[in-house]
Design a binder for this molecule. Structure first.
Ligand code: HEC
Ligand code: HEC
Ligand code: HEC
Ligand code: HEC
Length: 371
């Protein structure tokens, strides 16, 4: 290939090209990486959300690259303007046979909500998921469990938006719809069932812990924190900080060591549900001191009350309605919700996008108010 004179010259003048080659390659590579970092930015750059006074280390760091990716479910939200009712518009309760919750909604808006519910909960199955394969005349029947559950779900959603707006509209109007939990799935992600006892070879308290489960956040902490705190309403807190305490730990309002351990399990769950660390809510030098907390601590406190009500008033009583394959595999208990069912790892569900603005029908237990 190469001319003869070059091959001859090459043979007579041997040169080590590897040394300089590696040097040039390494320098060139470094310059290239430097140019890329300047041009494209540092891939592991973080942004910090300061949550407390300077110097206390109260900040929640996150990778900028991750922050820049929006929650993909936001693109699936339905923007469908409601019909502003006019005098004389027929109401659902007058036209249909068996409308128990959405009766005061006009016909157009009722159908708008049905279409949206279908996309939120059963996009593949369609209306038939709750109404069966019959024609629209049969839609008043309550034969399928899915319809009975959905009616209660509508009431639960209305109750959350109306009575827990201190939580779901804590910073601005965000609200919740079926989409907040379901995301196009029949069964929402991040629901939970009772799993304790987790350790068959031990008895009593020990049988609830030291096993890696999703409910212990893959730690050796107890696996019954959600059950005790978000259903039974036991006292959240650490045991007495005095070395000699005369507190009576049989008093249900006094936190014993078991509550302390469960509290840490719950707090890990909360942090994972929101994708934050402990200083999002606490000054970690004094977890116990409600004077040194952030405003988010208050929002969480309301959230705990809200989740307890959702579970005890709505989801657990539905236990008798579901078919067996929807119940817990170990104890046959009803599927339950908690922080992650809505938050899904984000500080605010759907990154704080206002989901309720187009759905006044789901924002109140009374007659919907249209602007
Ligand atoms: C996720 C469950 C679900 C899906 C999917 C669903 N519906 Fe419904 N539907 C309900 C519930 C619950 C009611 C009763 C509401 C009430 O009591 O206020 C209802 C009631 C109705 C009624 C009134 C029937 C009567 O005579 O009482 C009609 C009409 C209706 N739906 C139409 C539809 C259409 C059309 C679709 C598909 C676009 C649909 N629904 C999809 C749950 C659902
Ligand atoms: C706070 C979270 C949450 C919200 C909001 C919510 N749901 Fe649910 N939904 C659940 C949970 C938890 C279950 C139980 C899961 C199961 O069925 O295994 C469930 C189950 C259901 C089921 C039964 C599905 C099945 O296949 O078993 C239907 C139907 C349903 N929801 C409809 C709705 C509708 C319609 C809305 C809005 C009006 C709604 N849900 C809002 C949490 C929620
Ligand atoms: C989203 C806010 C939030 C996050 C994040 C959070 N906490 Fe909490 N924490 C609370 C609230 C609210 C309470 C009080 C609950 C109650 O009493 O009802 C609490 C209570 C506690 C307590 C009990 C204090 C007492 O009264 O004895 C401890 C300990 C604790 N948290 C530790 C942690 C740890 C450790 C983390 C990180 C893994 C964490 N928390 C993350 C909000 C939060
Ligand atoms: C029914 C759905 C739902 C459930 C369940 C839920 N949240 Fe929320 N939460 C929301 C919505 C919606 C917001 C956004 C409010 C806003 O930013 O205006 C929010 C906001 C928050 C905030 C404030 C975030 C901020 O940036 O200021 C905290 C803290 C929080 N939730 C903690 C919790 C904890 C802890 C639980 C479980 C005990 C919980 N949430 C359960 C829907 C829910």
């Amino acid at each position: 290939m190469l001319p003869n004179w070059f091959n001859k010259w090459n043979r007579e003048n041997p040169k080590d090209v590897f040394g300089p080659g590696i040097l040039v390659g390494a320098l060139g590579g470094a310059v290239f990486v430097a140019i890329m970092i300047v041009a494209w930015g540092q891939p592991y750059a973080t942004d910090s959300l300061q949550t407390g006074p300077r110097g206390t280390g109260m900040s929640v760091p996150e990778f900028k690259a991750e922050l820049a990716i929006p929650d993909p479910d936001i693109a699936e939200l339905i923007e469908d303007e409601p019909y502003i009712p006019e005098a004389g518009d027929a109401l659902a309760k007058d036209i249909y046979e068996n409308v128990q919750v959405l009766g005061d909604v006009t016909e157009d808006n009722f159908n708008r909500v049905m279409a949206a519910m279908t996309r939120w909960v059963a996009p593949e199955e369609g209306c038939a998921y709750c109404h069966g394969d019959g024609d629209v005349e049969t839609y008043g029947e309550d034969t399928l469990y899915t319809k009975v559950v959905a009616r209660r779900m509508i009431q639960m959603t209305q109750n959350i938006n109306e009575n827990w707006d201190g939580h779901v509209n804590a910073n601005k109007e965000v609200g919740v719809t079926c989409m907040t939990c379901h995301r196009g799935q029949n069964v929402p992600s991040d629901i939970w069932f009772k799993v304790t006892p987790v350790n068959a070879s031990t008895a009593g308290w020990s049988s609830n812990q030291n096993r890696v489960t999703p409910l212990s956040q893959y730690s050796s902490l107890p696996s019954d924190a959600l059950e005790k705190y978000l259903v039974d309403g036991e006292v959240i807190g650490v045991h007495s900080l005095e070395s000699r305490s005369d507190e009576d730990i049989t008093d249900p309002d006094v936190a014993g060591i078991q509550n302390a351990e469960r509290t840490y399990a719950l707090m890990n769950y909360v942090s994972n549900s929101l994708g934050v660390n402990c200083v999002f809510c606490h000054n970690t030098r004094a977890f116990y001191d409600p004077e040194q907390v952030t405003p988010q601590w208050g929002t969480e406190s309301l959230g705990i009350g809200m989740v307890q009500e959702m579970n005890t008033e709505y989801l657990i009583p539905l236990g008798d309605t579901y078919p067996e394959n929807r119940l817990g595999h170990l104890h046959g208990d009803a599927p339950k919700a908690a922080c992650k069912t809505c938050h899904k790892g984000y500080q605010q569900p759907l990154q704080g996008t206002n989901v309720i603005q187009y759905w006044p029908e789901l924002a109140t237990t009374g007659t919907p108010v249209y602007e």
